[in-house]
Design a protein around this ligand. Structure first.
Ligand code: PGA
Length: 255
């Protein structure tokens, strides 16, 4: 399974800073063979990233989108607008959107359907809070979030999905999940997809781990049977360290 490592920059970097980062990391792309690498800058920097990444193997993603195609939706961005900016992937249902902006499971589902309809590849984020984990509710939460996000998809649409397992308590805290916790959530997600959408969808599913991933710990995640990459926040903001992280992931699966 080809690894997929995505930089989620959140609300960081201007267009000029983005272009400088993209030019710098593109110089290392020969070391990224066998890994899908993507950068997800803020909307305002997408065009400048697309220009700086032209001809590179590094792909472009967005951090959110709206499900409608156009109209009176002040402040929102459609799938068509993302494609027009050179975007191929879109992060949907990130925990910051769920917990800070109140995004609901059903809204994530509508966004996933709109993304797939427009041939954008969604990266669907799921993950429990610390309290939910303490209460033993991790799988219940994952099942609810997956149910909402994948509502109404058929097996064809569910084949080739990318799902990011990001426990909320591990995001931006420096306290990554243990490999055991990541594998147990990852294999639960694979099983869920197998039961709902069949073996083909499960075999083509790529699960990223996210939450305090860095060059030093990524190897222990990508070596897990159910995990095929990472969604990286803080450690993706510097080109040199993000490049080092991608290269350690590669080493961990190639040896
Ligand atoms: P982090 O963020 O790597 O800074 O923990 C990950 C994410 O929110 O996607």
């Amino acid at each position: 399974m080809k690894l997929i490592i995505a930089a989620n920059w959140k609300m960081n970097k201007t267009a000029a800073e983005t272009a400088a980062f993209c030019r710098e990391i593109s110089r290392d792309q020969k070391h990224f063979e066998g890994v899908d690498v993507l950068i997800c800058p803020p909307f305002t920097a997408l065009s400048s990233a697309a220009e700086a990444l032209a001809g590179s193997v590094i792909k472009l993603g967005a951090q959110n989108m709206y499900w409608e195609a156009e109209g009176a939706f002040t402040g929102e961005i459609s799938a068509g607008m993302l494609i027009d900016s050179g975007v191929e992937y879109v992060i949907l249902g990130h925990s910051e959107r769920r917990h800070l902006m109140g995004e609901k499971d059903e809204e994530v589902g509508m966004k996933v359907k709109a993304a797939l309809k427009n041939k954008l590849k969604p990266i669907i984020c799921v993950g429990e809070t610390e309290e939910e984990r303490k209460n033993g509710a991790t799988e219940v939460i994952l099942e609810r979030q997956l149910g909402g996000a994948l509502e109404g998809l058929d097996s064809d649409q569910a084949t080739g999905l990318i799902i990011a397992y990001e426990p909320v308590w591990a995001i931006g805290t420096g306290k990554a999940a243990t490999a055991d916790d990541a594998e147990s959530a990852g294999s639960f997600i694979v099983q869920y997809i197998r039961e709902k959408f069949g073996p083909d969808a499960a075999d083509h599913l790529r699960i990223q781990y996210g939450g305090s991933v860095k060059a030093e710990n990524i190897g222990s995640f990508v070596a897990l049977p159910s995990i095929a990459g990472a969604l990286v926040g803080g450690a993706s903001l510097e080109a040199a360290s993000f490049s080092a992280l991608i290269q350690s992931a590669r080493k961990a699966v190639l040896h």
